[in-house]
Design a protein around this ligand. Sequence first.
Ligand SMILES: CC(C)(COP(=O)(O)OP(=O)(O)OC[C@H]1O[C@@H](n2cnc3c(N)ncnc32)[C@H](O)[C@@H]1OP(=O)(O)O)[C@@H](O)C(=O)NCCC(=O)NCCS
Length: 205
Amino acid sequence: MNIIGSKTMETKRLILRSSKMEEQKRLWEILMLPEVNKWYLTSSKKHANDPSHWTWENQEKFYQSKVLKANYNDVFVWSIFLKHEYTDSGSEEVVGQVSAQENGEDITIRDVGWYIDPNYQGKGYATEAAKAMIDYMFKEVEINGISSGAVKDNVASCRIFEKLGFHKIGEVEEESPYTFYDGLLTFSKYELTREEYAYNENNRI
Ligand SMILES: CC(C)(COP(=O)(O)OP(=O)(O)OC[C@H]1O[C@@H](n2cnc3c(N)ncnc32)[C@H](O)[C@@H]1OP(=O)(O)O)[C@@H](O)C(=O)NCCC(=O)NCCS
């Protein structure tokens, strides 16, 4: 595995860059929308009932500490920017984030995550960003695989795994510390091995 960090990447409609403080407040605003944090939080829900925990004033230092580490070579997290041609404002905008985090002791097997501003969902941006990240992680970082998952009812996220050639390994009932939901959730678990990725690439899946 090559520990080479979150290199800037460009796709047809997107630019993926390592995290900078400039866009973090907008990313926090996106994560605070109920339709996003229903499925995804980057901070534990143990503070769910404490509104003061989730204010920007309180969260800013957490975001600053993440940005300080953003250029470390073992960090694989990208802010997703939509090119100006495709935004409502006509200026480049941050619309979400993708990441390929550690997933246990073997750092060559990653967990992936994504979220997109609801104003821009349903246009294929998460798939486009996730594809670029996964290509980079296999081809340049040379990871051995991805082991990840989504709540079964999160149809859009499960669809991304399927479209990108992951195979479903099963379903598990578990609590998630990274949503506001209390109680057991059914997760669909997905994997993509290095061999499967290479096969899919060769067969253009
Ligand atoms: C999951 C998420 C990132 C998808 O973003 P997006 O940019 O809208 O995704 P895409 O446009 O690339 O769509 C992916 C697929 O899901 C489908 N889809 C999108 N929204 C859907 C919905 N609400 N219901 C059913 N399918 C949906 C799309 O049609 C597409 O499938 P297709 O190509 O077969 O038509 C976005 O919904 C989101 O941020 N959700 C909240 C956070 C989250 O769930 N993160 C992941 C946690 S595991």
